[in-house]
Design a protein around this ligand. Structure first.
Ligand SMILES: [Zn+2]
Length: 344
């Protein structure tokens, strides 16, 4: 992903784009009394172990053996959980060699028969080089992507255990986007290749269905999307991201409301950054209202984003507790989403 602006203070009179789709779970009604006694069911240790396991593979650059190993690890894990797995493969030109490379979005489905679905996604490729390292000699070194890559995967590996028993009206898809940053040189090399391909395919399918309303298909309708990126930082700071707020205000607020009810203070309901990330193709091409949960102050607000795209993005900068906080919010949010729709 890439940053556009940092908003030190939330600005008044922001340009609020209309919310495109209103069919988003809302979270106004809650029984507050039960919340305080609740224990976080998300296994922080397992998610940290998974993050370390993924990083042990080494870099997971699109089209490499490292990426193939990670795919195998994820497929094995989610098959064990009983999920249905689809590979969405496509060809892209390698930015350096010019040869065609196969990129693959991994789609992990829970309750695959349900037409209306919630999309939870992350990118799983790692940036080829730590090109923002403060030491210029290290910029051609190894980029491990513990937070920027592995954390989203590790969180979803644990979350899968919880969603498989949630029930409810919506199906749930975890989508692992390839080619988020198959980038050797900016601005030459495009970002978001996997999510753009996914969004285009989805938009095409929706057009086909709109033209033939009588014909039933198994293709999903996504009611909303949640993107996870850099959520493993030991010092977690999760602000509203500006594009997410503009495209999916209801959804964004509903997630931060759940965090408030759980007293998870790391979720701060204020806009801080404007970030271009995989949620843009989902909002703009697929028209799925999607929010980006991202900590773009890695390690801390005071120290700014100095580990981002550097050799310092390693597992010791991450924690299972941070992933567990995000995971708990998602579990509770999903429970409410599933339950509220049932009442309608
Ligand atoms: Zn990145």
């Amino acid at each position: 992903m890439t940053s556009v602006h940092c908003y030190a203070q939330q600005q008044k009179n922001q340009n609020r784009a209309r919310i495109i789709i209103t069919d988003v779970p809302k979270t106004k009604t809650r029984d507050k009394n039960n919340q305080e006694k609740r224990k976080n069911p998300f296994d922080a240790k397992f998610s940290m172990k998974s993050l370390e396991e993924i990083c042990k593979i080494g870099p997971r650059i699109s089209g490499t053996k490292g990426m193939a190993k990670q795919q195998a690890l994820l497929i094995k894990h989610f098959e064990k959980l009983g999920a249905k797995i689809k590979k969405q493969s496509f060809q892209e030109r390698h930015p350096i060699t010019g040869k065609m490379v196969t990129l693959t979005n991994l789609i992990v489905q829970f309750y695959p028969k349900k037409k209306k679905r919630i999309l939870i996604c992350t990118h799983y490729d790692t940036r080829p080089l730590p090109d923002s390292d403060p030491d210029p000699r290290k910029r051609t070194g190894v980029f491990l992507g513990a937070n920027d890559g592995a954390s989203g995967c590790a969180l979803l590996m644990e979350l899968g255990k919880h969603v498989k028993s949630l029930g409810g009206v919506y199906g749930i898809d975890f989508v692992f986007f390839d080619g988020e940053e198959f980038v050797y040189q900016r601005p030459r090399d495009p970002l978001f290749r996997g999510s753009t391909h996914f969004a285009k395919q989805y938009a095409k399918q929706r057009r086909i269905e709109a033209a033939n309303p009588a014909k039933k298909t198994d293709e999903p309708i996504y009611v909303c999307g949640i993107l996870l990126d850099m959520i493993g930082d030991k010092h977690l700071d999760l602000y509203w991201e500006k594009n997410s707020y503009n495209y999916a205000e209801t959804l964004t607020r509903s997630i931060w409301n759940v965090a408030r009810q759980l007293k998870i203070k790391e979720f701060v309901p204020k806009i801080r950054h404007e970030i271009r990330d995989d949620h843009l193709p989902l909002n703009e091409i697929a028209r799925i209202p999607t929010t980006d949960i991202i900590d773009f102050d890695y390690p801390t607000i005071r120290k700014s984003n100095k580990y981002w795209h550097t050799t310092m993005d390693t597992p010791d900068k991450c924690s299972g507790e941070s992933m567990a906080k995000v995971g708990w919010v998602l579990i509770e949010w999903l429970k409410i989403a599933q339950r509220q729709q049932e009442k309608k």
